[in-house]
Design a protein around this ligand. Structure first.
Ligand SMILES: [Zn+2]
Length: 201
């Protein structure tokens, strides 16, 4: 017998606050989030939310039964402008976590200096896919590699050492990169305040 279903509104998760249900369909640019029924067994979001808050805490989460971008169904979307990760509750609990790690990596990577991206790429072999769709994009390959690393760590494997790629992934996995990113942004904000605070007042 199929497991029972449960109605879930679109929910907006701001850091450190309980989720706020959104009444009806939620639209954000070209993204549409639909309320609807999800599996009772698969609807536990606590781990996905906890990982997002550890790995990319500046991101707001929006969860919904279904997510569409330009009319196409998506498991997850990372929107840099506005710092929002959209997660669909349609997949299984494991797929939900994998999508969370994937989107969190996009969010982290968007804040890394180009030199760090180059360091990652220098650890990877050549890569070619016909065309320039999803599978052929270097940033999607990096997000898939991180989701694989996170999946491995989540399943209890020890960190991989001896490679700069895995050092960077491990720092992201532990939340160390997030702490560095947040500290650096605060430092810059303080500097700007000191410089321009009088003008803005
Ligand atoms: Zn992606």
């Amino acid at each position: 017998m199929a497991p029972p279903l449960l109605y879930r509104p679109v929910q907006i998760w701001e850091h450190g606050k309980p989720p706020v249900p959104h009444d009806g369909i939620y639209e954000f640019g070209t993204i549409t989030a639909f309320p609807g029924e999800v599996s009772v067994i698969e609807q536990d979001l606590s781990l996905a939310v906890a990982y997002c808050r550890l790995i990319a805490p500046w991101m707001q989460l929006v969860t919904a039964s279904e997510i569409e971008r330009d009319g196409k169904r998506k498991r997850g979307v990372c929107v840099y402008a506005g710092n929002v990760i959209f997660l669909s509750l349609y997949p299984t609990a494991h797929e939900l976590l994998v999508t969370t790690w994937h989107e969190c990596w996009h969010a982290v990577e968007a804040k890394l200096p180009p030199s760090t991206i180059e360091e990652i790429e220098s650890c990877l072999g050549p890569f070619y896919f016909e065309g320039r769709d999803y599978w052929g994009l270097a940033q999607e390959r990096r997000a898939r590699l991180f989701q694989g690393y996170a999946s491995m760590r989540h399943d209890g494997a020890p960190p991989i050492t001896g490679s700069r790629l895995y050092e960077i992934f491990e720092a992201a996995w532990l939340g160390d990169l997030a702490r560095e990113i947040v500290a650096e942004e605060e430092r810059v904000r303080r500097l700007l305040d000191e410089e321009w605070g009088d003008v803005a007042a």
